[in-house]
Each structure stands twice: as structure tokens, then as C-alpha cells.
Design a binder for this molecule. Sequence first.
Ligand code: GTP
Ligand code: MG
Length: 582
Amino acid sequence: MRLSVNFGATMASSFAVCRLHMRRQGGLVKCLQKLDTSLRRNIVTNVVASSAEAPQKDETDEKEGRKSFSAVQVERQGQAERSVLMSCPPKINEKKFLKYFSRHGDIKKYFFYERNGLYAVVEFAKRECVESLLEATKIPCLSNEFPMPFKSRLLSLSHYGSAASPNQQSGQQCQPQTTIPIDQLIDRLSRKESIDQQVTSLMETYQLTDDNSRLRFLVCSLLQDIAAAYFPECTIKLFGSSVNGFGKLGCDLDMFLDLDDISGRRTKKQESGLFLEYQLKTVSTERVVTQRILSFLGECLDQFGPGCNGVQKILNAHCPLVRFFHHPSGFQCDLTANNRVAMKTTELLYLYGELDPRVRHLVFIVRCWARVHGITSSISGAWITNFSLTIMVLFFLQRRNPPIIPCLDHLKDLAGPMDNSMIEGNDCTFVSDLSKIQLQRNTETLDQLLHEFFEFYSAFAFSKMSIDIRKGKEQIKPVKNHLHIQNPFDSSLNISKNVNAAQLERFVALCQESTWLLEQTKTNTPSGKGGSASTPWGLATLLQPTNVAEIKSNRKRRVGLTSDRIKGLIESLKNGTQLKKS
Ligand code: GTP
Ligand code: MG
């Protein structure tokens, strides 16, 4: 006997949980009432809105000053909660598309992107509009397969009937969600006329776009809907390069499940009288709690999570995680739990990036350079990580004279009472209000800084000293790791203890090589060459893959160059002339 279940009526909806938090009063009714008038208005204003939004946003930012990390997170999370993600037919009439979605309320923003087909993100003005849209969304009728009964805000848009009508448009404007190959980037940079233009081009090509950031927050929000079905008060937050300002298109999506509000940690002691507590199962350590929750959520994502593929549970790692691929967005996702120190580190990196544009530019160039030359890698091993590399750049900028960015201890001194933060016994306090930070006047240009960065680490005493952004000064190395970079929030930990001697040596060799290359660039600009405009120069030269043999031979050349420089120095001292740094 075959048991038949009607999932249509009882289908679990992760969104239903969220609806509990929404103000329901008359949302749908209001939407329907104003349908007639808003339809025309929406279509007109929204087509304009998508192109007019950017300048409006810039103006607001200027008025309000730079936004704090938490303000940006709140804004982005809000956008994500009011958004839906959908696959679309290859040809679609944009006017019809807007008319269809406007039935459920004002659309604030929408965009299309390509990923093995056309996708769209629609952000409504209110969450009630999403609820109204989902109520009108059908469950697919499949002939040979059976749907898993789990509704989410990941949808499929199709045309009624089989064929698209003749007035369907194709070629929706789609911004890239991934980077271009390195040879194309080198070609693009080679055609620029100054290092400044090269930097701008590199940033425009590689950094996360506004749409890509929105998509990242939306994927995180979709996962939160799933987790909230079991842990209604949990939040899933983004950390790492998706939100620290140093993200490159295509970077992974680091998320953590914040259970802090339901872990009991924040419960105040009762003075007297009666009080109630939940009866809960207990386990021996917090790590076991994390492992169990992640294991369970991993199973949910694998079994029911729309768009979640290749789920791996890596629960015995130092920081247990669930790794999976989110197919509609193309993001490689890592979900951890209660990783609040990493969130603070992310905020710190964001803050440093906001202080001076040279910070982000330099981090970007160095990260790109490191990836091309295999100093960093997408797989874990004895390589320097992007995170370590970013801290190395920050440290270098703290060591400039005058410093371009302050040390972490100074940021702690500026903190207000609201900034106090103790996490797992570590003091993670630092100022969050960017306007309280006064920078010293340093006018070094980016190409000077890049050159100096490579020179700084070509000669850094890695064998004796450690890098410490808290003090902004190198410290005597406490242990014998090859590369020692202190964890900003726990000075007893080294964030680069995985790096072996060979990898550090390669890094130093490449820094020396790049110093030499940049010295050549000074007399070797595109106009100076007189050759083809696309002959690599400046940053493009730095990003050309070099093999180690070439570096070794160039090291000899570099030794010659250094001794020449020392000879010149002695000569100048003899002559009593003032020397300029090369
Ligand atoms: P991508 O390579 O673009 O992903 O850079 P990322 O900064 O996101 O690095 P990753 O995904 O490896 O790590 C995510 C975040 O975890 C980092 O930004 C840090 O906040 C934190 N993190 C990574 N590695 C370490 C580490 O060794 N120690 C500490 N304390 N935090 C780390
Ligand atoms: Mg990452």
C-alpha cells in the first residue's frame, strides 16, 4: 500500500518562523488596496531607482559620515530580509517582471545576474511584501520527482505556457559576480597610463560590487531562515572578507551561527524570589554543543536546503564547521558557530580599511599579488593566509613615519562604554565610532607605499621578531614558529604558525623580486618605453606569474643592486650629501 501525504497544505516553511517576528497588521490588505495606484508608480520609479540609487546613497554617506561596521551590517541585513532570490527564464520582459512583483508592494531595488542561467534578486520596501509574494507562490508540480517539503525565499520564475511571447527581451544588464582571469587583468592594467589608474582599475575589477554584497547577505539570510526553524532566536552573521572591505569577487562566504542569546551566557543572576528556567539537555563541553548543532544543521541543509550542495561536516577541526556550495549564488560557504572573536577581528579590519583609502588599495594589491605567485592558496596548508597577509599590511602601515593607521592599543584607548567587549576571556574592546579617530598627516603615495612594503618585508627580521598590530611595533618572538603574527585579541596565539620555512623564504624572495621590479618601473613607464600600449608595466609586471628559478637568479641581481646602493650610500656620506630613499 502506498501512503500518500499532501505536502501542499502542510509544507514546512522556514519563512513562516520569520513571519512571527513581523508586524502582520493589514500588510497584505494594504498591499492589495494600493495595488492599482502603486503598479504604475512602481514601474516608473523602480526603473529609475536602480540607476539613481548609487548617487543618492553617496550623498547620504557624505552627510552622515563614514558608517560604523554594525550600522552597515544592520542596513545590509534589513535589505536581505526584504529580498527574494529567483532563477528566471533566459528571456524576460523587464517591464512585465516589475509589474508582476509590484503587485506585492513597492520594489526598492532589483538586479539580474548570470550563473548558468539568469537569476534575479528583488528587494521590496517592506517584509510584508515578501510574505504576500510567498503566499501567492505555487508548489511545483513535477511529473517524475517529488519535492522536499521545505519552502524558502529561493524561487523559480517561469513563463505561463511553454514558449516565451515575442516581446520578451534578452540581455538583461548583468554585473559580473566573478573575477576576470589574471591574463585579462594584466592586459587591462597594461593599457593604463599611471599607477593610480592601474590601482583604480584593479579595484573596480576585483572588489565586491554592491550587488554581490547584497547577494551575500541574502544567502546568509536564507540560511538563517532554515536555522531559525529550530533555533528561532539565533542569528547567522557574515564575517571575513565578505564584510571586512577586503573581499574579492568569488571569495568564500564565512558565516557563523550566533547562539549567544539562547546560550544562557547573558542571563543575569536572580536576586531573590521565584524564577523559571528552561529544561534543556546538557553535554560536557561547549564544543560538543557547537558540534551537535552544526551536525544537525548540516544534515538539514543537505536534506532540505534549497540550492545547498556538497555539504561536508568538518566537526573535528579546531573551529568546527559545515562547508557547502550554494549553487544559485555560486558561493562556497563555511558555517561555524559562536565564532564571535572572528566577528570582532572582521570589524577591526573593516575599521582600518575605512580610515584611509590607501589601506584597502594596498591590501588589495598585495592579496592579488600573493595569489598570483602562489604565496596564498584556496586550500589550507603551510601557506600564508589572506588574513595573515592583511595583518602584515596593517602592521607595515602602522610602522610608517608618521603612521598611516594607529595601533590597536590606541583604538582601545578611544573606546567608549558601549564598545566594551570581553569574549572568551579576551579583551576585544576598541572604538567603533570612526569620527573619534584622528589620523596623523602622512602623504606617501600608493606606489611609494607598495615599493616600501616589499622593501620592508624583504629585510624584516623574521627569525627574531614577531608582528604585533596591538602595539604597532615588532616584538621579540616568544616561540620558534617561522612566521610569528600575534593574534590581535590574544597575544599568546600566532595566527601564522602553519607557515613553514620554505613558504616564508618564498615570500621574502618574491618581496625582493617585486622591489626590484618596481624600481625598474620608475624609469620604465608606458610612455618611457615607446612600445605597445599593452606591454606589461607597473602593477601588471608585479602580477605576471614568475617561476622560482627566475626569482633565484634575480636574487643575485638584487644582491648586486643592494651592494650598489650601499656603495652609493657610503659615497654620499663621504660627500656629506643628503640621501634620498630609493
Ligand atoms: P578570504 O581568503 O578572501 O576568504 O579571506 P578571509 O579574511 O575571509 O579569510 P578566511 O576565510 O580564511 O577567514 C575568515 C575570517 O576568520 C578572517 O577574516 C578572520 O577574521 C578569521 N580568521 C581566519 N584565520 C584566522 C586565524 O588563524 N586566527 C584568527 N584569530 N582568526 C582567523
Ligand atoms: Mg573568507
